[in-house]
Write a protein of this length. Structure first.
Length: 158
């Protein structure tokens, strides 16, 4: 017997439009040695952004990948920053260091696009900075490069 009045297929809540894009920058399997053996968990580093100047990052650990990504996404929502833009680029050159990671971000003329690599590129894309040049000068650790980039963008003032 078919039910009437059901407008959508299946049960559950209707899907709402996501406010932020989400990108998993790093997913690592980490182990801890205990008395009974090794305990395996997953560590996820997630970036979220709306492509309109707001971006955040989070790190989460969990027993499986889905739990760690969910935890990292919730952490990223709490660490949101707003990036100031002037003429579709950042207002001025900024250099930041976090651990061994050192980054340099420079304003760029219209039509340049995002000229940056790795974790820095992901942060700038999700922040919605259309024209910028970036360089990772120090270490290759993705988490430290994300933290250095976020700190550099947080320090920007108009």
């Amino acid at each position: 017997m078919a039910r009437q009045g059901q407008g959508r297929q299946g049960g559950g809540r209707p899907r709402e439009e996501k406010e932020f894009d989400e990108r998993v920058v790093e997913l690592a399997r980490v182990t801890r040695v205990t008395k009974g053996g090794k305990r395996m968990r997953f560590r996820a580093t997630v970036l979220i952004g709306d492509h309109k100047g707001r971006v955040g990052y989070g790190i989460g650990k969990g027993a499986d990948v889905a739990l760690s990504v969910g935890k990292a996404t919730r952490a990223a929502r709490k660490k949101m920053i707003t990036v100031p833009l002037v003429k579709n680029t950042i207002p001025y050159e900024v250099r930041e260091k976090f651990g061994a990671a050192e980054i340099l971000i420079k304003p760029a003329p219209e039509g340049t696009g995002i000229k940056a690599g790795g974790a820095m590129r992901a942060v700038l894309e999700l922040a919605g900075v259309p024209n910028v040049v970036g360089k990772q000068l120090g270490g290759a650790n993705k988490i430290n490069n994300v933290k250095a980039t976020m700190e550099a963008l947080r320090r920007l003032r108009l």
